[in-house]
Structure formats: structure tokens, C-alpha cells
Design a protein around this ligand. Structure first.
Ligand SMILES: [Zn+2]
Length: 955
């Protein structure tokens, strides 16, 4: 029905260089379609005799006379919440040809009038104080429909929950007059999903699941089915499938099963059983075939070649099935390592190879290999995929990988039952729902542990290798190619591919590269003297000390004797918004500097040293800051500081690394399609900040000029310049202060810095209201993205009050645009006060294009009147919610460390550490109201509206 509310719109405010990340990960290709089942160690149902699988003792089960099954897990007193779910074993896959979209529409309609609550079940739940996305939700997919409720554990609340679930199960009336407005909301839900991702998913599903009903039964339905399905069809579907024998009640939490059972009987006994229609098979038909296909979309940016094998799998819940799945798991993981090893040296045009295994139904599995390729690298990619499979056919898996994965299974199995003992509410709930949905039992962990031990004892590496060969020999094969935008790809014919494969089968293959890790000499770091003195010490209170180092840097030290981890952060003003070069070039210098070896080291030596010592230093660059951070055991602290100092003083960027980075960037630029969403982002930035010549994407010529010795000198200077910024260190953890001081003097006090370096400055949004309209959408979809910004001094209290107002504004916007206007399905709204003293808000939603302007005006009115229409009950509810989440947060060491940094950056001391304990004491409905008076959320706004391209809508 509805996702969690109030997530940030994540409007990409500025373009950010993303060299290392692939635009579309290969794995995602294979994860298309419904959730793929990979529950290796949880077992499907079976025909069993002597060694019948036993249910876990944690689960209290029962069945009413009408056939309804219920399952109760008491998690004890620890959790105060109770989760109640009604699982209905029907999804869009079970729809008949004339029922497209009906399973999901029924899910929406059961929240309306029911026998017991003719004014609406949703109204009843809201009157109990339950909120959508917080206390209740529902979800339909291809295979099932799930209604979810979370209540406190008071007997009255749990009973009210059972009452509501019983209405879902059998009380819905689905009146025609309530269907009409709900259609509008479902239509907007359909519209929200439109876009390049949905188009690609649809194409992938058609290929991956060809031969099954999945491609023909999208859960959301189609535009015309949503507009036209009559209430009569929905009622029929409800009456066919919502029968006690086809539903299960799942209760997990702090509950007493014996007290619950009579209530379950009371609320659910009157459901009437009936014969059920036959469910459609989720498994595809398989054939001896090689299909060759292309995926294409004007807004797609990925470039890939993939090979997919489909086969039947043993999913029985018995010892044989358990053995089969253990072999699958070990083979899958050993294969991943082997593919990584074989992908170390790849030809030009192919940048990565990967493998992944998935499930495609009840008893169908798949194995996929994907190569990421350059725009013209598809032939090379195909050759690599064929070569890889031939290699695996001949050499099989690596014996070391198999041994390691078998040991891992043994290790996990030894831990098994104890792991289950401390599982929390959400873990139990998901496990139980998965098991019940698949008609499996949740097995007794001790029995499972014994059975797995016995199986693993007998397993041989040959069994694992045999499984790989079985997968590789699967006759149902698919080759697909995917190029950015509409660029043409020349697809080979199946006969050509088979001939290519046959040729490889008899060819001599180049020898395997030796395992690099084993061959490499133990790494070391060159000599370094970065020592100096501590010239001043201050006590900042709250147990925090400040040491000023001889080079001007500052260490803020907070001893935390009870912690096990040392936390480290180094802040400098070396953000990417510095004058003198484009922002992408500052980012490139920072990233290259951070990935390079030290001057004089062999390739990869520093990385090997870091891996061997288990110290990892992460770098993050924002507009205004360059931050290094790490967390290490106390014994590793010196290695960490040593690494940081070497990184600062001895990094040597090499020309090949620069050339490879600029090449990669050029490829990324070449396949960057001009999507509607990119154009909207660029326009939004222009409205907010004006033209920014330094923020342009790099062009081919600039990248080529940089990939030269002269360019290397420039990048080297930029790296040095970034490293010369004065640094404030934050360190917290169990080290003792004397030792810490000595380490700081030895490794940090002598790093060369340049005083007076001007820190990078953030952009500030232009005042006033600025709006632009772009006709670029390929879908019948209008969308709005808006960002407001005003100056407002930061304080922890104001930030908390702003978070409360953010949730209230979200609720009021949703109420107006969705409940009242039925104009949208989902909206994103987030209001926050950032430490750079700007109050920022981001708002986005999609709607029918013709309603966009009216809905936007309605949203503006909500924001304008927000300060004067704050309901006290709502304020108090949100304050209570924030208090309870704050109570959990303050006990977290990571949060305390973040607050130390925030406090020192804001105030030059550690006051926020203590203040934050009192923080919410001063937050009252009145104080929040007073702050809201200072907001003008509808005044300084940049707004971009996107509407369909003329004649370009594809529906
Ligand atoms: Zn929905």
C-alpha cells in the first residue's frame, strides 16, 4: 500500500564524481523480478518419513476448525512491541487474464468499509492512534499479500490488532463508491513507478522469466486495468482467495500464547472455508535453447553483456534437499572467488566480470555471468564470458576456495542455535513469514544443526565441482547485450555464438595467473619522520582535551575507557569547491591521492600493508571539507596514525593511474544519457546557484590534456595543496591519555601544513522564488522538485525542533495531496537545519501532468500556513517519538563521537556532549511553535517542474 513516510527526497544537489562506482552494478541485472529466494539454510517443505523435520520449539502453532493456521513466537520481555501479520497466499501471479492488477487493488480496498467498520477500517485504525508506515502497512507482490500491524504489548492493543486483522481477512465490503477515489491513488502509485528503471526491469523480467507468467502479471497492473476493473471483479477475487485455509496469522513479540489462543478463536472462527482456485505455477518452462536478446532504453546508461543459465533445483525439505542446498551455497561462493581471480587481467573494453546465482520460482534456479563493457566492447565482453565458462569447465573451482567455504558453513553451523537465541523481533518475523509463505516449517535449530553437521562431514570437493559442471551444462541459455541509450549493438546469431563456443572448447588457453596474494612479498612502509611537539594543552571539560601541535593542527581527544574501538576523524577545509580548477579535478586529485601507493613502493604495496595490518582509512570529500575517518582496535592505533601520516607526506601518484582514471571518466561521460532526471537536476542547480562554469562535466579534450606528464604535475600539485590544509583531529577510545599524547606527537605534529589556506566555501542558494518548467519526460508523468533554503543559526535544540516540524509538514502535505486531493501516491519531504546554519527543505512528488500545477499550489499553501496550523496533539506525539528514538541514540558510541565533532566544529568546545542529554527536555509544543514562526518555507524556493515531452509519451 504505502512505503515509509518522510524519507529525504535525495535531490542530487550537485554533480559528484563517482569514478569507482559502476553506474549499474552487474548484480542488479540478475536481481530483477520478484524477490529471489536465496534462503539456503532455511528449508522448503518435504515428504518425510522417519527423520521428519521438527518445528522449532519457539513457535506455538495451531489451526482453527475452519483451516486458518496461526503461529505465535514469544520473544519475551525484552521487546515491548508486538507484530501481527496476516499472510494471504495470493499475489498477482494468481490473477486470471481478465484480473490484471486486482490482487493489489483488493489490498488497497480492504482498508475501506468493512462489516464491522462501515465508515472505514483505516479511519478506525487512525482513531486508535495508529499511523500508516509506522504502525500499519500492507504489501502485495507476485506471490503473496501481507498485512502488517505493530502495536504495544498491552492486552487491549493486541486484541484491537486481532480485530483489525480479522476484518482484513473476511470483513471487507469493497463498495464501488470507495473504489473510484482509490483508483486515483493507485493510478498515481503506477505513475510514480514509471521511468527508466521500471522500463528496464520490465525488459529484464521478460527475458529472465520467459516461459512463466511473471512478465504478464505486473503486480501494479496496467493503466487501463487500474482505471477499469469493476468492484465486482475485486469482490470476486477477495471471496475466491481470502479464505481461512489460504491465510495465516503470525504473531511475534512480547505475548503470552496461551492467553492469545482463545482470542484468535474468538475473532477468526467465523471465517467461512471454501474450495480454492488453483494457483498458477511460478516456474518457467525450460527448453534446450540459446536465446540472444538486446535490452535498450533511451535513458539507460549501463553497458553490459550477460549470460544466464536456467535449471531445475531440488527444493524439498528433507535431508537430500538440505544437502543439495548446502552444495549450491558452497559452489556459488567458491565460484564468486574463482571468477574474481580469473578477472584480474581483462582485455581493453571489458572492465569487470562477476557471477551470481538466483531463484526463478519454486524449483528453478539461475546462474548468471555479467561483463561490464565499454560502449563498443560487447564483442570483447562476449568472448570473455565464453572463455570464463570454458576455463571453469576445464579447471573447475579452486580447492582452497572450496575448503574455505566448507569451513565457513561449519563455523556458521556451530554458531547456529546460539544465534537464533538472540534474534530480535524483526528477524523472527521475517523468518516466520518466509517459511509460512513457502509452506515450509521453521525447523528446530538443534535438529538442523545435527543434520547439517552430518551432511558437511560427508561432503567432498568433487561434489561441489560436480554442481558447477551441472550448472554450466544447463541447456536453457540466454545471451543478452545492453548498450547505453539507443546506441546500436550488433547482436550475433545463436549459431555464431555456438560456433565461437565450440572453437574455444578445443583451443589452448593461456595459463592462469598465479594467485597474487601468495606471491607478493610482505609489504613495508618507507621511513618517515613526521614527529614534533605538542605546544599547548587545554581542558575542554566533559572529559575532553585539546592539544595544539607544533604544525598548528589540533587534536581533540576524548578517552572512552569502556569502548573497544578507537575512533578517528581528521577534518580539513579542503573540499572540492576550491578556486583554481573545476570541481571534478579537485575530486580526481583527492581520489587518486587516496588510492595511490607511496613514492618508491611497488604497485599495490600500500594496499597489502593496510590489509595485513587491518587498518583502513576512508576518505570523504564534500563541497567544503576533506575528511578521513577510521575505526580500529586500540592495538592498531599506531599503525593507523602511521598510515595517515604517510598518506599525507609520501603519496606518489603515478601516470598510469592517472591515465586509467581519466579513461574511466571519459567512458562514463560517453555513456551518460541525457535523462529527464539529469536535466531536472541541472536546471535546479542553475536556479539555485546560477551558472557555475567550474561545475561543468569534463569534456574529452580536458581529460586527454590531463592524461600527460604535464597533467600529472598539475594533479600532483593539487594533491599537495589539499594536504596542506590545517587539520583538526578527533580521536576517541580506550587508549590512555599519556600514550595518546605520545602517538600524536610522534606521527602528527610534524606533518607539513600551510597556515592561512582558505577553506572551500559552500554555495548559497539565491533568495526569492525561481521556477522552471521542462518538457522532457518520456512518460505520462509530471513531477516537481523543489528546494528551499534560508539562513538560520544552528543549535542542537533547533535541529531537534526542525526534525519535529519536518514530520508534521510531511503529514500535512500527505493529508492534503493524497487523502484530500487523491492527486499523488508518494511524496518526499524533508526539512532540516544543517550545521552550516541553513534551514533547508526538499520536496518532490509525481502526478498526472495536467494536475501538476494545481497540486503544487496546494503544497505551497500547506507550507505557508504550517506555522499557524500546528495541532498540539500532533506536536506532542512527534515530540514523544523523537524522545524515544533519542534515548536509543545517545547510548551509541558512534553517535557520541559524531556529536563531539559537531560540538567542537560549532562551538570550539564539547558542550553538546552534555547538552544533548538535556536536549529534549526543553523541547515543548510551545517552543516548536515559536521556532516555526521564523520559517518561510514557501518564499526562497527553487522549483523545477517536469512534464511529458511533446509527442514523446510512450503510453
Ligand atoms: Zn499500493
Amino acid at each position: 500500500m504505502t512505503p515509509m513516510p518522510a524519507t529525504s527526497a535525495a535531490v542530487p544537489l550537485r554533480w559528484k564524481l563517482a569514478m569507482a562506482s559502476k553506474l549499474t552494478s552487474p548484480r542488479r541485472w540478475l536481481a530483477a523480478g520478484a524477490a529471489l529466494v536465496l534462503a539456503v539454510l532455511v528449508l522448503p517443505q518435504a515428504v518425510m518419513a522417519a527423520d521428519a523435520f521438527r518445528w522449532s520449539k519457539e513457535v506455538q502453532r495451531g489451526q482453527l476448525d475452519n483451516g486458518l493456521n496461526y503461529y505465535i513466537i514469544n520473544t519475551g520481555d525484552a521487546g515491548k512491541q508486538v507484530s501481527l501479520q496476516l499472510l494471504v497466499k495470493v499475489g498477482s501471479l494468481d490473477e486470471r487474464d481478465d484480473q490484471s492488477g486486482v490482487a493489489h487493488m483488493v489490498e488497497h480496498m480492504v482498508f475501506h468499509a468493512t462489516r464491522k467498520y462501515p465508515a472505514g477500517l483505516k479511519q478506525h485504525m487512525e482513531s486508535l492512534g495508529w499511523r500508516i508506515g509506522v504502525n500499519y502497512n500492507a504489501q502485495t507482490n507476485f506471490e503473496r499479500t501481507l498485512y502488517m500491524l505493530t502495536t504495544d504489548s498491552k492486552a487491549g492493543s493486541v486484541e484491537a490488532g486481532l480485530d483489525v486483522l480479522a476484518q482484513f481477512a473476511g470483513g471487507a465490503l469493497i463498495p464501488a463508491d470507495a473504489l473510484e477515489p482509490e483508483r486515483q491513488i493507485i493510478l498515481e502509485e503506477w505513475r510514480t513507478k514509471l521511468g527508466v528503471r521500471e522500463r528496464m526491469d520490465r525488459q529484464r523480467r521478460a527475458l529472465l522469466r520467459a516461459g512463466s507468467l511473471y512478465p504478464e502479471r505486473p503486480t501494479i497492473g496496467t493503466e487501463s486495468s487500474i482505471r477499469q476493473q469493476p468492484a465486482q471483479t475485486l469482490r470476486r477475487f477477495y471471496s475466491d482467495w481470502y479464505r481461512p485455509g489460504n491465510m495465516a496469522l503470525l504473531v511475534v513479540g512480547n505475548v503470552d500464547a496461551s492467553a492469545l489462543q482463545p482470542l484468535i478463536t474468538q475473532y477468526f472462527k467465523d471465517l467461512v472455508p471454501a474450495a480454492l482456485p488453483t494457483r498458477n505455477s511460478p516456474d518457467p518452462e525450460l527448453h534446450d535453447q540459446l536465446r540472444v536478446a538486446q535490452l535498450q532504453d533511451p535513458e539507460n546508461s549501463a553497458s553490459q553483456v550477460g549470460w544466464l543459465l536456467r535449471f531445475r533445483e531440488d527444493k524439498r525439505q528433507d535431508v537430500d534437499g538440505m544437502r543439495a542446498r548446502l552444495i549450491d551455497r558452497i559452489a556459488e561462493r567458491a565460484l564468486r572467488s574463482q571468477v574474481r581471480r580469473l578477472a584480474v587481467k581483462l582485455p581493453a573494453g571489458v572492465s569487470s566480470l562477476s557471477s551470481s546465482r538466483g531463484g526463478l520460482g519454486e524449483s528453478t534456479g539461475s546462474l548468471g555471468f555479467v561483463a561490464s563493457v565499454s560502449v563498443d566492447g560487447h564483442q570483447a565482453g562476449l568472448q570473455q564470458l565464453l572463455l570464463l565458462q570454458e576455463r571453469l569447465r576445464r579447471d573447475g573451482l579452486n580447492a582452497g576456495d572450496i575448503a574455505r567455504e566448507m569451513a565457513e558453513v561449519r563455523r556458521l553451523n556451530d554458531k547456529g542455535p546460539s544465534q537464533q537465541a538472540d534474534r530480535e523481533l524483526n528477524g523472527w518475523q521475517a523468518m516466520l513469514a518466509d517459511a509460512v509463505q513457502a509452506d515450509r516449517i521453521l525447523q528446530d535449530p538443534l535438529q538442523k544443526q545435527e543434520q547439517i553437521s552430518a551432511i558437511v562431514r560427508e561432503l567432498k570437493p568433487a561434489d561441489i565441482n560436480a554442481r558447477l559442471q551441472q550448472w554450466l551444462a544447463a541447456p536453457d541459455r540466454l545471451l543478452f547485450m545492453l548498450a547505453p541509450g539507443m546506441s546500436p549493438v550488433k547482436l550475433p546469431t545463436a549459431a555464431q555464438v555456438l560456433a565461437q563456443q565450440k572453437k574455444l572448447a578445443t583451443a589452448a588457453l593461456p595459463p592462469l595467473l598465479a594467485d597474487k596474494k601468495a606471491a607478493a612479498a610482505p609489504a613495508s612502509l618507507p621511513e618517515l619522520d613526521s614527529s614534533g611537539a605538542i605546544v599547548r594543552e587545554d581542558d575542554l571539560g566533559h572529559g575532553v582535551q585539546r592539544w595544539t601541535l607544533a604544525n598548528g593542527d589540533v587534536v581533540v581527544w576524548q578517552p572512552q575507557p569502556k569502548e573497544t574501538v578507537m575512533r578517528f576523524a581528521a577534518h580539513a577545509g579542503a573540499g572540492y569547491r576550491l578556486p583554481g580548477a573545476p570541481t571534478w579535478q579537485w575530486q580526481l586529485a583527492a581520489q587518486l591521492g587516496n588510492e595511490s601507493d607511496l613514492a618508491g613502493q611497488q604497485e599495490g604495496e600500500l594496499a597489502r600493508w593496510s590489509t595485513a595490518r587491518k587498518v583502513k582509512l576512508s576518505q570523504q570529500q564534500s563541497e567544503t571539507q576533506l575528511i578521513y575517518s577510521a575505526g580500529v582496535p586500540a592495538a592498531q592505533l599506531e599503525d593507523l596514525l602511521r598510515l595517515y601520516a604517510a598518506r599525507q607526506s609520501q603519496t606518489g601518484i603515478a601516470l598510469p593511474a592517472l591515465i586509467s582514471a581519466t579513461d574511466q571518466l571519459a567512458r562514463q561521460m560517453a555513456r551518460r544519457p541525457d535523462t529527464a532526471s539529469e536535466q531536472a537536476s541541472a536546471q535546479l542547480s542553475k536556479l539555485r546557484y546560477g551558472e557555475l562554469p567550474l561545475d561543468q562535466y569534463p569534456d574529452e579534450a580536458a581529460l586527454q590534456a590531463l592524461a600527460t606528464p604535464a597533467g600529472l604535475a598539475t594533479v600532483g600539485q593539487q594533491w599537495t595543496q589539499l594536504g596542506a590544509y590545517p587539520v583538526t583531529y578527533f580521536i576517541s577510545g580506550p587508549a590512555d591519555s599519556a600514550q595518546m599524547k605520545e602517538l600524536a606527537a610522534t606521527w602528527l605534529a610534524g606533518i607539513a601544513r600551510k597556515a592561512g589556506s582558505q577553506p572551500a566555501q559552500p554555495l548559497v542558494q539565491a533568495d526569492g522564488y525561481h521556477e522552471a518548467r521542462l518538457a522532457v519526460s518520456l512518460e505520462p508523468q509530471g513531477s516537481v522538485r523543489a528546494v528551499a533554503s534560508q539562513a538560520m543559526p544552528w543549535s542542537p535544540e533547533r535541529a531537534a525542533q526542525t526534525a519535529i516540524l519536518s514530520r508534521i509538514a510531511y503529514r500535512q502535505l500527505r493529508q492534503e495531496l493524497r487523502e484530500k486531493e487523491a492527486g499523488i501516491y508518494r511524496l518526499n519531504y524533508k526539512l532540516s537545519l544543517d550545521p552550516q546554519s541553513r534551514l533547508q527543505s526538499e520536496l518532490s512528488f509525481t502526478s498526472a501532468p495536467e494536475r501538476l500545477d494545481a497540486l503544487w499550489s496546494a503544497a505551497l499553501r500547506v507550507l505557508e500556513r504550517l506555522p499557524s496550523q500546528l495541532d498540539t496533539a500532533m506536536l506532542n506525539e512527534e515530540i514523544a517519538r523523537l524522545r524515544s528514538s533519542e534515548a536509543q541514540r545517545t547510548s551509541d558510541a558512534g553517535t557520541r563521537f559524531a556529536r563531539l565533532q559537531l560540538s567542537y566544529t560549532q562551538y570550539g568546545d564539547a558542550r553538546y556532549l552534555d547538552d544533548s542529554k538535556q536536549l529534549l527536555a526543553g523541547v515543548t509544543a510551545d517552543s516548536v511553535r515559536a521556532l516555526a514562526q521564523e520559517f518561510h518555507l514557501a518564499r526562497d524556493l527553487a522549483v523545477v517542474k517536469v512534464v511529458p515531452k511533446e509527442g514523446g509519451a510512450s503510453h
